[in-house]
Design a protein around this ligand. Sequence first.
Ligand code: SF4
Length: 202
Amino acid sequence: MDPAVDLAQLAAEIRACQRCPLAHTRTHAVPGEGPADAALMFIGEAPGYYEDRQGRPFVGASGRLLERLLAGIGLTREDVFITNVVKCRPPGNRDPLPEEIEACRPWLSRQIAWIDPLVIVTLGRFSMAQFFPASARITRIHGQPLWQERRAILPLFHPAAALRNPRWMEAMEADFAQIPDLLARVQARRSDSSSPQQLSLF
Ligand code: SF4
């Protein structure tokens, strides 16, 4: 079984998806891109105008910021998997509706299951809401990882929000700087839990 082939097959299914009305207004669905064994996965909100045109996630100003922040921790966008909660652009870049998020959720779940990343970085509140309680506020919890059994979820501001607000940009840069340490910690936890138990003879 080749995870890259399965992920490509999943992307083909997403491109043909008709599960919600956004299928009628999109130019291209945007399944996401990156290695099938990426240790780090970014989840944004929904494709915007340029993403919809090109069928690729995070192109334009937000994508450039993401690339700059990745370079700061020694990574490129080719090293990470980048996707969105909703795979098709909501008209006029409006917020995705709850029923659209719900219809699209199985695609994201399958991507996470295939890639099995060490760290998921949520970008913005819609992505954060997939993992954190409804009462969570991004302004309060950004940069504070949530530990799950196999990975850590790190909530960050959306790059578009950081581009609008210098204070959030500063917070985003500081939060981003935690990523290498978080990756190492999750990797260590997985290694510990997979090492064979020491057998006692007495
Ligand atoms: S947004 Fe998701 S559920 Fe709706 S059509 Fe696109 S891929 Fe399918």
